[in-house]
Design a protein around this ligand. Sequence first.
Ligand code: SF4
Length: 253
Amino acid sequence: MGGPALKPATRKTKPYLPKVTPDLRARARKVLGRLEKAYPDWGPTLEFADPLQLLVATILAAQARDERINEVTRTVVFPKYRTAADYVAVAVSVLERDLKPTGFFRQKTRAVKGAALGIVERFAGEVPRDMEGLTSLPGVGRKTASIVLANAFGVPAIAVDRHVARVAGRLGFTRQEDPDKIEQDLRAVFQQKDWVKTTWNLILHGRRICNPTPKCPACPVIDLCPYPRKTKAPSSASRATLRAPRGRAAARR
Ligand code: SF4
C-alpha cells in the first residue's frame, strides 16, 4: 500500500475515576451490614490449604460449581500434586485425565500448567504475593489474582465475578460493565478493611437471592435497593392457584 506513513496515535486513554458521594458510602455500609447478618457463613467456598491450592482451585472453578471442584481437588488433584513443579512435570494427557471431571479440562490443563511453569521459572516455586506477579502468570486474570491475594495472603482485594457485577449494578454501586471499572467503583464505595467481606457477601447474595431473576420479596436489603425491576411477591390469588390447581390444568395432572 502506498501513501504517507501514518503518525502513531498520541491520544492517551484517560484513567477511570469512580464518582462516589457520602450518601452512597453510607448506603453501602448499611447494605453490607445487612448482608453479613443474612450470610453469616460468608467466606471462601473453595477448599484449600495453601496459596498454590487456592490458585489451582480458582482456575478450575471457572464454569463449574464449587462443590464439584472441591470433590475433585480433595480426592484427586491435591493429594497427587503438591508443588508447582509437580504440575509442570506431569504429562499433559495425565493432567487432562485428572481434571476432566471439572469440565473444560483442556483449557484448564493449559492454564494450570502455564501458571505452574511461571511460578517455577520466575518465582522460585512460590505463588507470588502481589497483583502484578499473579497476573503475569498465564491463565491468571485479576479476578483469580484478587481471590488468591485476599484469601491466601490477607491482602485487601475485591474480586468481580458475574454475581458481584450483577448485584453491584442493581444496588447502584456501579454503572459500569467492565469488571476492572466495577472493581474500581467498589474499591471507592467500600472501606478497604471491608473489601474481602464485600466480595463474599455480594457473591452469596447473587447466588442465593439476587439471581438473574431476583427474589426481591425475600431480599434483606430491598428497602436500600434502587433496582427499578424488582420482582413482587406472588399475589394471594396466584399463591392459591399454585397451591390448588383447578380446572383443566388440574384435570391433566
Ligand atoms: S431488592 Fe431485588 S434487585 Fe435489589 S438487591 Fe434485593 S434481590 Fe437484588
